[in-house]
Design a protein around this ligand. Structure first.
Ligand SMILES: NC(=O)c1ccc[n+]([C@@H]2O[C@H](COP(=O)([O-])OP(=O)(O)OC[C@H]3O[C@@H](n4cnc5c(N)ncnc54)[C@H](OP(=O)(O)O)[C@@H]3O)[C@@H](O)[C@H]2O)c1
Length: 310
């Protein structure tokens, strides 16, 4: 049986939709929070057993140098692991170490961990922490895990980047790009991530391996915006604000509002190159991401559907 974390998020939902699409009818277990919006699963016609648990409750072995804290919520998680063969841990890398510990304890056959290419960032403040977590997991040999690291995800209305471009171009005649005009992105279509998750599960070559999953091609932010404008058939004027002006604006705003000034790293992060190679994934399990244009067309359909429903 599958145990899924993050099932109400963009990827988790796409995983459940994929299972429905292949005619999967067996029960799955999902760890959710009391605040999770379960109505997102209304259209998922497979039996779901919910385990209500904030993953923060899991013992963080890394903080406790291997000493287990007695936590009553662990009993709930232990119960959740009964009859589970495969864990799809999608919620966050923050809990991966604890998930691996649980998998080991319950002799779960397979674990797929969805992490992030952000761990390679020179400027993202948690990148080093993510590297440390992965480093600790990679030396584990007691559990058959695979780590997948997508780049910026897109594909439906829950994404954090491209959905906002669709909205901006639809709602405003003038679309302003602040500082990131020339920054390269290689976004990962969520459907490709889902294919990868199910592509590695039964592939023994992928045990104990890590894979970067980027989109088929890299594109500058401005070209992505233009592509979406073409798909939406809008005629927005695109205005570019250079990075040094954005930098100045943020600093002045911070002084005015008596806030902490954005750090050099926070600002540099915005202009960081987000291109990544995915050749290893192609070699190991035939990862073949769709083109950005194809992905954007799919996203446009889902965007328009969302507009109609509102
Ligand atoms: N989005 C991106 O651009 C991107 C890029 C690279 C990698 N990733 C990684 O890919 C994975 C999936 O991303 P996503 O964008 O699909 O996720 P998402 O839409 O942000 O959803 C996160 C999911 O995790 C659940 N969750 C978070 N914290 C939890 C906790 N403490 N206890 C229980 N459940 C918790 C959320 O539940 P609630 O419904 O209760 O909030 C939600 O179902 C994540 O690990 C993310 O770091 C994402």
């Amino acid at each position: 049986m599958y145990l899924i974390t993050g099932s109400t998020g963009m990827t988790g939902l796409a995983v459940l939709e994929y299972l429905v699409s292949i005619g999967y009818t067996k029960k799955v277990k999902c760890i959710v929070r009391s605040s999770s919006d379960l109505s997102k699963h209304d259209h998922i016609k497979i039996p779901i057993e919910y385990i209500e648990c904030d993953l923060e409750c899991l013992v963080d072995m890394s903080h406790n140098q291997g000493e287990e804290i007695i936590n009553p919520l662990n009993a709930i998680i232990d119960k959740a692991l009964i009859d589970v063969d495969v864990i799809l841990h999608i919620a966050s890398i923050k809990y991966s170490k604890a998930i691996i510990e649980l998998a080991k304890k319950h002799e779960v056959k397979r674990v797929v961990l969805v992490h992030t290419a952000l761990m390679y960032s020179k400027y993202y403040k948690y990148a080093k922490n993510y590297q440390r977590i992965e480093g600790e997991i990679i030396v584990e040999k007691g559990v058959n895990f695979t780590i997948l690291r997508p780049t910026v995800l897109y594909g439906n209305q829950q994404d954090n980047l491209i959905h906002h471009i669709f909205e901006g171009l639809t709602q405003r005649k003038v679309y302003v790009i602040q500082g990131i005009y020339d920054v390269y992105y290689q976004p990962t279509y969520v459907g490709d991530l889902v294919q990868a998750i199910f592509g590695v599960i039964d592939n023994e070559d992928c045990y104990y391996e890590t894979f970067l999953l980027s989109g088929q091609e890299a594109t500058r932010y401005i070209d992505m915006v233009k592509m979406i404008r073409k798909i939406l058939k809008t005629r927005n004027l695109i205005l570019r604000i250079p990075f040094y002006l954005v930098n100045m604006k943020l600093r002045v705003e911070a002084i005015r509002n008596h806030e902490e000034k954005p750090s050099y790293k926070e600002l540099k992060r915005q202009t960081e190159d987000r291109r990544f190679a995915h050749g290893k994934a192609t070699e190991y399990f035939g990862y073949a991401p769709i083109t950005l244009y194809e992905g954007l067309i799919k996203q446009c359909d889902s965007y328009k559907l969302g507009q109609v429903k509102q």
